[in-house]
Write a protein that binds this ligand. Structure first.
Ligand SMILES: [Zn+2]
Length: 110
């Protein structure tokens, strides 16, 4: 996948409203999530980290510069084009566990 492909997929994700910022109340804690074709991914833009397989197998090995989820979040921040979802702090753990376990099970919830 070329840089242009990554750009295209990132732009598409933004356009289709698949970049989401969860804000937890009352702590104000934030969580970026990109809804992909095979599930939802947790993205940490400051740490340059994403929970998708592409990131684990191709970005960390240096094969790819980044995955499109990470790119989508960066672009969304720049363009202020993302949906904000407000959640209670009590749901934080549950949502986080869901995101991490869906990776392990390799669910295909598109
Ligand atoms: Zn990713």
């Amino acid at each position: 996948m070329t840089k242009e492909d990554l750009d295209f997929k990132a732009t598409e994700a933004i356009r289709e409203n698949r970049v989401k910022l969860y804000i937890f109340k009352p702590s104000g804690r934030k969580m970026w999530i990109v809804v992909g074709k095979h599930g939802r991914y947790l993205v940490l833009p400051e740490a340059e980290y994403c929970t998708c397989n592409d990131f684990f197998f191709r970005v960390m090995s240096g094969e790819k510069p980044t995955c499109y989820h990470l790119l989508a979040v960066r672009k969304a921040i720049q363009e202020e084009a993302y949906s904000i979802i407000k959640q209670e702090d009590t749901s934080y753990r549950k949502i986080l566990e869901e995101l991490l376990s869906s990776k392990a099970e390799n669910k295909t919830t598109s």
